[in-house]
Structure formats: C-alpha cells, structure tokens
Design a protein around this ligand. Sequence first.
Ligand code: FES
Length: 185
Amino acid sequence: MNLERVEQIIETYGRDRMNSLPILEDIQREFNYLPRQALELVAKRLGMPQGHVYQLATFFKAFTLSPKGEHQCKVCLGTACHVKGGALILETLEKELKVKAGATTADGKFSIEGVRCLGACALAPIIVIDNQPLGQITADAAVQKIRELAAPKTAPSPAPAPAPASKPAAAVPKRGVDMSAVPPR
Ligand code: FES
C-alpha cells in the first residue's frame, strides 16, 4: 500500500490529533478501507496509542478494516424495505455475486451488505450502489445493474478519419480558339 499517500493526508491536517477522525475518513476514502499499516502510521505521527486509533476505527460504522470492493452495494433491510422484498434482493445478489453479505468478491469488484433503514422508506425497496440510491427496485433489476457494472468497459471506437479533401478538378486545356467569345457577324 502507498504509505506516502497516508503521510500526505496526515500532513494535510498538520499532524493534529484533534483531526484524527477526518484523517481516518480521508484514508478510508483513498483506499476503500483502513489498512493496518495506515492505522499504525497515524498513531505514530499523531503521537497516539495504537489501541486508541483502532478504537476509533472500529467504533464508527463508516470505517472498515477489511478491503471493500471497487463497487459497493448496500441493500436496505429496514422494516419498509423488508416488507417489500429487501431480503429477497439481498439473497439474489448474494447468489449472483457468489458471496455472503458483508464480504467482497474474490476479484475485488463488489462488496455487498445489508443495512438498516436508509431513511427513504417511500422508495422501498431500495439499494444503494456506489452511493447512488435505486428505489422501488426489483431483484431482477438489481442483478441487471450489477451485471452492467461487471461488464468490461469497451473502449470508445476511434473517430472516423476525416475524408481526404477533394482536389479541385484539373482544368482541361482547351484546344483551339474559344468561338463563344467571338461576336456573330
Ligand atoms: S426501510 Fe428501507 S429506506 Fe427505510
């Protein structure tokens, strides 16, 4: 992992232990999780006991100590979403991705988890993929979305080459005298 980047983040906050939470947030944003070496470095640079930094990292649900997938999928299991099939959506996505909730796929592409009410019950059932909420979604539509993200991105086809500029037609040399310019007698 890139410890230099962790150093930069810590320096941005002036190595101030009062900023330990924003520092951890930035590290998590950068790496998608809080790597152990990063936490050790934070403790060292901020002059904090490692145990204290680990406490912060484990207390807040927003932090995770295990690597997250490139795409993160949250399925709401709050009451309204549960009633409208949230559990079925989660189960279907687990089958599609071949991982259990809370885990990351072997290729590191997807993480999936069940979460509590997201506060948008009117849109139940709802899932959130990469911070994009998808309300009133069906299990099939959720699978479709995952497949779209899993599909390899095709490079945009190159723009067609401009057509060669057409040369002006070469003037045909006239033979003899142009009689049209001669006035009639
Ligand atoms: S129960 Fe899912 S958003 Fe409230």
